[in-house]
Design a binder for this molecule. Structure first.
Ligand SMILES: *Cc1c(COP(=O)(O)O)cnc(C)c1O
Length: 509
């Protein structure tokens, strides 16, 4: 919490008390009369500033225990993604229970905030449109599980996870989504986190959290720096831009796309507050040397965030299938937080990601609380104010409908497809796959000066494929998705054609 000047301090005292009262009324639990009078007494004493801060901290702690349904600092029950996906009929029954639980207030006109819509033809149209477009963007399995994901999205699309006390189902969804993700990443019961709107918000939150943590631990650091391989996602640059941090990049090798860990360590200076790496980095899907960077983090007593936005919901299953994946998650001692996108290989609808921390002593720097508002205490865990309930519900059901067996099954199919495509590329003279991508994505390019990968990609576009081209090094990016299981063979035929065409044309020139 920022230092306060005197006038701010006075208003803080007053508003804290108002906030306490409001919380009392709202929650009908919260802070007791005893605590109030103790606090009132403390305010008259020298050093009250500190007392007020502690007092406000207590408010926030109370909010946390209400919002997350447990006492601050205590470990929660460990919960995992079910071993077998839960049958759709059972999920349908659960949906009915949840609906009747959370809807009674808004549907009976008893709630005075949050839900602005009501039932009726116009809103049904809105629903239909939303459903149609999420259908198109759902990079998922085409079966009745998708139907369930939509049913939950639909049931909760107007609910707001900003106030988990009003929407207990959303509170449960968030706790369980974070819990299931943490277990998948081999975290223990102390791992805590938040569901956010996507990878970028997860990354923004992590960067802000470590900035505020560094401020509280070492106020002498006025120009904080963060070290990362140059393949790190631009969301970190965005965060650095927003939160006034300086990124220090270690250039990755243009062939292997990995960085030298000596060079990485040399980037650390007395202003460094955080180390970063990816599992894997998006462009060529290369896993950074997480264990080596973890050792560096431990040596320098620095926190270490691993960006698992891309691989978070894929690498664990690829490893379980028996592929050799170096350790990169909470099993690695120096890793203090991980971001993992539900709306990528978690097969949830767009607008869902998880950021999780090894324990709550780190996460506490993520929260924002303000008690000086005429609307009472405003406490919010992430960047967003209103937090859409639909995507949270859809993510919760996606994890449970898929189950570990569903995720493994999909991982197996996508790995087979990726391996077939990589082998096909290596068989085409003039093409190469960059580095050693370990999961269901890769980048490829040309190894002949006369053969332009961009020309090849242009021809492929004419043949109806949408290729993502990238520079440094010149390459084409491929994320392997469920649709590719069927289209991979045709793609390879067209790719061979495109390469031949470009070769002949460059001969003519
Ligand atoms: C997708 C991705 C992000 C950003 O996530 P958004 O959901 O697009 O905001 C960050 N890092 C990696 C490695 C990614 O693949």
């Amino acid at each position: 919490m920022a230092e306060l000047d005197f006038t701010q301090w006075i208003s803080y005292v007053v508003t804290s008390l108002v906030a306490v009262h409001l919380i009392d009324v709202l929650l009908k639990r919260g802070i007791t009369g005893v605590l109030k009078s103790v606090a009132n007494f403390l305010l008259l004493m020298p050093g009250a500033d500190r007392a007020v801060k502690a007092f406000t901290r207590k408010e926030v702690d109370d909010y946390v225990s209400q919002a997350f349904n447990r006492k601050p600092g205590t470990a929660k029950n460990v919960i995992s993604i079910p071993e077998k996906g839960i049958p759709v009929n059972d999920l349908r029954k659960e949906l009915e229970t949840f609906k009747s639980g959370d809807k009674h207030l808004s549907e009976n006109g008893r709630l005075f905030a949050y839900v602005y819509t009501s039932e009726g033809p116009r809103f049904n149209l809105q629903r239909e449109a939303f459903k149609m477009f999420t259908d198109l963007t759902l990079n998922s399995v085409n079966d009745e599980r998708v139907e369930m994901i939509h049913a939950f999205l639909d049931a909760f699309m107007h609910d707001n996870a900003l106030n988990p006390m009003v929407f207990p189902a959303l509170r449960r969804f968030e706790n369980e989504v974070v819990g299931m993700t943490a277990s998948m990443l081999h975290g223990d019961g102390n791992v805590v986190g938040s569901v956010t709107s996507g990878g970028t918000e997860s990354i923004l939150m992590a960067m802000k959290t470590y900035r505020d943590r560094a401020r509280s631990l070492n106020p002498n650091i006025t120009k904080p720096t963060v070290v990362a391989p140059s393949s790190i996602h631009p969301a970190f640059e965005k965060a650095a831009h927003y939160f006034d941090l300086t990124m220090k990049h270690v250039q990755v090798d243009p062939e292997t796309l990995t960085c030298d860990t000596k060079e990485y360590e040399n980037m650390i200076d007395s202003n460094t507050i955080l180390l970063l790496a990816s599992a894997p980095a998006y462009p060529q899907a290369i896993l950074d040397p997480i264990e080596a960077i973890s050792d560096i983090a431990l040596r320098h007593k620095l926190p270490f965030h691993v960006d698992g936005c891309f691989g978070g919901f894929m690498l664990p299953w690829v490893e379980k299938l028996g592929h050799n994946i170096p350790k990169w998650d909470f099993r690695v001692e120096g890793v203090t937080s991980i971001s993992a996108d539900l709306h990528k290989y978690g097969y949830a609808t767009k607008g869902a990601s998880v950021v999780c921390y090894r324990d709550s002593s780190i996460r506490k720097h993520q929260f924002f609380a303000y008690s000086g508002w005429s609307g009472g205490l405003f406490a919010s865990p992430t960047m967003a104010g209103t937090r859409p309930g639909g995507h949270l519900a859809a993510a919760w059901i996606a994890l449970r409908a898929m189950g570990q067996d569903g995720y493994m099954d999909m991982a197996r199919k996508l790995m087979e497809t990726a391996n077939k495509m990589k082998a096909g590329i290596r068989n085409i003279e003039g093409l190469k796959v960059f580095g050693s991508p370990l999961m269901t994505a890769f980048g490829f390019g040309s190894n002949q000066a006369a053969l332009s990968i961009f020309a090849i990609s242009d021809i492929m576009e004419k043949k109806g494929w949408k290729m993502e081209v990238q520079r440094n090094p010149d390459s084409v990016h491929c994320t392997i998705l469920p649709g590719h299981v069927k289209s991979a063979d045709n793609w390879l035929v067209d790719l061979k054609d495109a390469v031949d065409f470009v070769k002949v044309r460059s001969l003519r020139v």
